[in-house]
Design a protein around this ligand. Structure first.
Ligand SMILES: C[S@@+](CC[C@H](N)C(=O)[O-])C[C@H]1O[C@@H](n2cnc3c(N)ncnc32)[C@H](O)[C@@H]1O
Length: 284
């Protein structure tokens, strides 16, 4: 091997090692429009991490560090500004536009595939109810994918989430298909009892408390589908969630049939976000 060749090879090896070190230092992050949310590991250099992310993604204007767990009714978390100040952004998902303030509302780009999966099941003319609808991402994705849907309602408690939902319905030109409703599911769902073909419940932590409302929203004669999310440990996936669904059915005096049980996304060590798709049987 010539001297020059050896030098080039050594340089290549050095670069590879450097890249690997960089990769090792790079924690997982989410890109939401022009904003990045990153989990800086203990002892990690946040400025260095922000610099690396921005070098790779030149569109990014703001880098935020996770500064706590998701908490409270609105499922938001404290975020630390590492680079930039602007937290309002526009994100694109499956051809839909979502405007949101990353600091004030819940939104996770990791759940995009799940939104697609649900939208694929929606049939022509259906009335769809989305509980806990946040910035309106489930309703907007469903309406975009299935413009032949009947109507989609979305109930959201966080006023900032509701405002975002109104704006997202407008900018995606879907006002004829989606009705965003501001308030608590416990109170607002009543008006829709017996009026829906499908109910989506994307609140895995507390959503089980609203199973009776979801079941009651389904049409009495023809029945309908409910998509229920929950967190379960992999030691006994689906055990607790199936029990919760059956309990709610008993309390509402309805028959239910579980059609599908699925892992959606990993949540923590050994814990998964799961989804139970169940049918509430009608009287026909
Ligand atoms: C896990 S987030 C899901 C948001 C959105 N569906 C999504 O997929 O991005 C749950 C949402 O439910 C809202 N929420 C929590 N409890 C609620 C309630 N009782 N009634 C209405 N909305 C509620 C929160 O503010 C939050 O936006």
């Amino acid at each position: 091997m010539t001297h020059v060749k050896r030098m080039t090879q050594q340089k290549g090896e050095k670069e590879q090692k450097g890249q690997k070190r960089q990769k090792d230092r790079m924690p997982a992050f989410d890109i939401i429009g022009e904003v990045v949310v990153v989990e800086v590991p203990d002892g990690g250099n946040e400025k260095e991490i922000a610099k690396l992310i921005m070098k790779k993604h030149p569109r990014i204007r703001t880098v935020l560090g996770k500064a706590g767990k998701r908490e409270g009714e609105y499922r938001t978390r404290k975020l630390k500004k590492i680079y930039g100040r602007e937290t309002v952004t526009e994100h694109r998902e499956h051809g839909c536009r979502f405007r949101l303030d990353v600091e004030k509302v819940y939104y996770s780009p990791r759940e995009a595939t799940e939104r697609q999966r649900i939208s694929e099941m929606v049939k022509k003319g259906e009335s769809v109810m989305v509980f806990f609808s946040g910035i309106g991402c489930f309703p907007v994705v469903i309406a975009k994918k299935k413009p032949e849907v009947g109507i989609i309602y979305g109930i959201e408690a966080n006023p900032d989430g509701h405002e975002s939902a109104l704006e997202n319905v407008r900018i995606n030109k879907l006002g004829h298909l989606i009705i965003p409703i501001h308030g608590n599911v416990k109170e607002k769902a009543r008006k829709y009892f017996g009026k829906c073909d499908r109910v989506v419940m994307p609140l895995p932590k507390e959503g089980y408390r609203y199973l009776p409302e979801a079941i009651r929203c389904v049409r009495k004669k023809t029945g309908g589908m409910v998509h229920f999310y929950f967190y379960e440990h992999e030691n006994d996936l689906f055990k607790e969630s199936v029990k919760l669904v059956k309990d709610a059915a008993r309390r509402t005096n309805k028959r239910v049939r579980i059609l599908n049980k699925r892992k959606v996304l990993p949540y923590g060590p050994g814990v998964w976000k799961i989804c139970i798709d169940f049918r509430v049987c009608g009287s026909e």
